[in-house]
Design a protein around this ligand. Sequence first.
Ligand code: C5P
Length: 205
Amino acid sequence: MIVAVDGPTASGKGTIAKAISSHFGLPHLDTGLLYRAVGRQCALNGGDPDDSADALAATKFADGLLQDPELRSEVSGGLASRVSLHPAVRQALFDRQRSFALRPGGAVLDGRDIGTVIAPDAQVKLFVTASVDARARRRFLEMQQQGRPTTLADIAADLAERDARDRERSDAPLRAASDSILLDTSDLEREAAVAAAIDLVRSKV
Ligand code: C5P
């Protein structure tokens, strides 16, 4: 069973994917982390994230980088959204994601293009959304807990900018697959969102 969980930043898709993973005993790949690692590696190389060749060179990051807490920062998220625009970068990360999806026992992947590009054959596709306000509030609390200074207004502006970039890019834009199930988490607490997602998966298998 392949479960694809797509949606914009801070929609709750990561939390939902992790919960599905532990509930159904499926391995989980957070594909955003791969793009964040490319963005961070590009910065560490002194490269330009808007330059396709620099961004492509950064796809050769060491796996250890995936453990770097800096990848969770807003700066890394912004860099990720810039390097992810380059088709060469998306292509370079394709095989790794596709092989994960094809693990014999099944898998859960979360990202932006799992249901449309990486695993169009997924048995279950969830598209998780929430209003910009709800997402900004969640991300703000998360940043506060991590001791990263920021403001709600900065986060909301950053989210809107990243949403626009992810939705408007020509290669693998963020959009719901036609056969996906929409889950709006704006008014749901974490536990309710997770329970709803697990019920949806169960109803499909
Ligand atoms: O999900 P997360 O916020 O970690 O993703 C960071 C950025 O990586 C996104 O804004 C998006 O531009 C990019 N991304 C992508 N395709 C994916 C996952 C993430 O383009 N499958």
